[in-house]
Design a protein around this ligand. Structure first.
Ligand code: ADE
Length: 245
């Protein structure tokens, strides 16, 4: 089965961009997932191909028009006559994206998604409200900062999704031990040589004792999380009371 994505954007040339490379790029070539873009400007209906207008109530910047975004979303949904796809609007006002959410999203929507990328000051809120109410459109943010548009957020979201598809990341165990999958930041990793510029790889990793290595790594992950991300650490302690030292 191919995981299918459709991106609504004013900048279709930004796709697949970085997703044509590395693991996602290989999986795209192999047909494990597909990507189509829809140019929002194609739904403009005046001779200047206008897609935006000034903010009602005053203020700087331009807002994407409701009728144009609505027509683009309708067109995108018509491409999926059999399975209604997940609909996502990338916006800093959305639910903050976390690994657990990517996982649940991929379980709930295994066939793919339609992603709407905003630009300028945003999208007329009425069209977002309509699609939220009628089609369960989700709003997702990739972090508490403002990007110039949703495109980079969409690429980030898709990369996180695609690497969970079966056969994209080689070893399932490399996904499972990863940062966040265990609600902790990742333990430090090393490769050869054993001594580099006077810095040594921790002795225990050379012991060959897999149990001890796993315990050391877990401890490291806990310590790093506690120091760097007190928010994640508190959540971890609530979820895994035995993690308390
Ligand atoms: N568009 C602009 N900034 C964004 C963000 N942080 N997340 C998602 N979409 C965005």
């Amino acid at each position: 089965m191919t995981w299918r994505s459709t991106i609504l954007t004013l900048f279709p040339e930004m796709f697949p961009g970085p997703l044509a490379h590395s693991l996602a790029g290989r999986a795209l070539k192999d047909g494990k997932w597909s990507l189509e873009t829809i140019d929002i400007r194609d739904f403009a209906h005046d001779k200047h191909q206008t897609v935006d207008d000034t903010c009602v109530g005053g203020g700087a910047g331009m807002v994407l028009k409701a009728d144009i975004v609505d027509a683009a979303l309708t067109h995108a949904c018509n491409q999926y006559p059999h399975e209604p796809p997940a609909l996502i609007y990338l916006t800093p006002r959305g639910e903050p994206l976390r690994q657990s959410r990517v996982r649940s999203f991929m379980q709930d929507h295994p066939t793919g998604c339609i992603l709407l990328c905003g630009r300028y000051e945003g999208v007329d809120d009425r069209v977002i409200e309509k699609w939220r109410e009628e089609r369960g459109l989700l709003e997702i943010s990739i972090g508490d900062y403002i990007l110039s548009g949703g495109e980079i957020a969409a690429l980030t979201f898709m990369d996180a999704c695609v690497r969970l598809l079966p056969g994209v990341v080689n070893k399932q165990e490399s996904l499972e031990s990863e940062s966040f999958e265990l609600d902790l930041l990742e333990f430090p990793q090393y490769t050869k040589p054993q001594i580099w510029q006077g810095k040594v790889v921790p002795e225990i990793l050379l012991s060959g004792d897999h149990k001890k290595i796993a315990a050391w790594r877990h401890k490291q992950a806990e310590q790093i999380t506690e120091v760097r991300r007190p928010d994640l650490w508190q959540a971890y302690l609530t979820k895994h009371p035995s993690g308390q030292r």
